[in-house]
Design a protein around this ligand. Structure first.
Ligand SMILES: [Zn+2]
Length: 255
C-alpha cells in the first residue's frame, strides 16, 4: 500500500510552538483513503473558525495545505477519495470532511455520538456540526469485539478497508481512536491526539509544560488519556508510531 504523509494544517499557538496536522493519504485497492483531513478548504476560504480558536491555536489556513489541494497536487482526482478514517471529530482533524462529500467516514461510535448527539455542554461547545451538515455516510464501530493488535484493543476489519484498524484511545475526546495501517512493509500507528510531543512516548517521558498543561485542560478524560499514553509507550519497536501534531515526527516520516 502506498502511503503519503501530509501536513494539512500548520498551527502556531503562543509560546513559540509550531504544530502540524499529520494526515495520511493511502492508495488502497478500493481507491484513496485519508486518515484525518486537517483543516478544510472552507475554513481557509471563509474564515469560519471562531475568533477565540484562531487566537489560541493560530492556524495558518493555507489553501495549499488542504487535503483536497494536496490530493490534486499528487496527481489524483479528489473524487477517488472514497473513504476517510478519522481519529476524532475536532475541527483540526475533520475540517476537511466537507471537501470530500462523496466519501464514507469511518470512526468510533462513541465519537460519532458525542459529536452528532452532544448531551453535555462540553461536547456542544467542542464540535462544529457544519462540518457534516452536507450529509455524511458514517461508518461507525464499537470495540466490543475483543480483538487486539500489538497488545492494544483493536477494531477490525473496517468496511472495505482491509489492513486498517481503529485502536480505541479515549481520553482526548470521548471516542478518540488511533488508526493502524498495515502497509505491507510493517505497521504504522497514527495515534491522533493521544499525545502531542514525541518526548511523551520516549523511554524517559518529557514534554514542554505548556503542551502538557493544554492537553490536560482540554482532555475529555485525563485519566483515560494518561492510561492510553502509557500503553503506547509499551508498543513493540517495529510499530511506527506517530501523533497528529508533532512536526518532528512528520519530518521523520517524510525522510
Ligand atoms: Zn488535534
Amino acid at each position: 500500500m502506498k502511503v503519503h504523509h501530509l501536513n494539512c494544517g500548520t498551527m502556531r499557538p503562543p509560546g513559540g510552538f509550531t504544530l502540524v496536522c499529520h494526515c495520511l493519504l493511502l492508495e488502497t485497492p478500493r481507491g484513496l483513503c485519508l486518515v484525518d483531513t486537517g483543516f478544510g478548504r472552507g475554513e481557509a476560504a471563509f474564515g469560519a473558525l471562531p475568533g477565540y480558536y484562531r487566537r489560541l491555536v493560530r492556524p495558518a489556513l493555507a489553501q495549499e495545505e488542504s487535503a483536497h489541494h494536496q490530493v490534486t497536487a499528487l496527481g489524483h482526482d479528489p473524487r477517488d477519495v472514497r473513504d476517510i478514517v478519522v481519529t476524532h471529530l475536532d475541527v483540526d482533524h475533520a475540517g476537511g470532511l466537507r471537501d470530500f462529500p462523496w466519501a464514507r467516514v469511518h470512526l468510533h461510535a462513541a465519537e460519532h455520538a458525542a459529536a452528532t448527539r452532544p448531551a453535555r455542554p462540553a461536547d456542544r461547545n467542542r464540535y462544529r456540526a457544519r462540518q457534516w451538515e452536507h450529509g455524511v455516510d458514517w461508518m461507525t464501530y464499537d470495540d466490543r469485539g475483543g480483538d487486539t493488535l500489538f497488545g492494544l484493543s483493536a477494531i477490525r476489519p473496517l468496511h472495505d478497508l482491509p489492513g486498517l484498524a481503529l485502536i480505541p484511545l479515549a481520553g482526548h475526546s470521548r471516542g478518540h481512536s488511533g488508526v493502524a495501517v498495515d502497509t505491507g512493509d510493517g505497521w504504522l500507528l497514527h495515534a491522533g491526539d493521544a499525545y502531542w510531543f514525541h518526548g511523551e512516548v520516549a523511554p524517559r517521558p518529557h514534554c514542554p509544560l505548556a503542551l502538557s498543561l493544554t492537553q490536560r485542560l482540554i482532555a475529555d478524560d485525563h485519566r483515560a488519556r494518561t492510561e492510553n499514553l502509557s500503553r503506547l509507550r509499551d508498543l513493540p519497536a517495529e510499530v511506527r508510531l506517530f501523533s497528529a501534531h508533532d512536526p518532528h515526527e512528520l519530518d521523520l516520516a517524510l525522510t
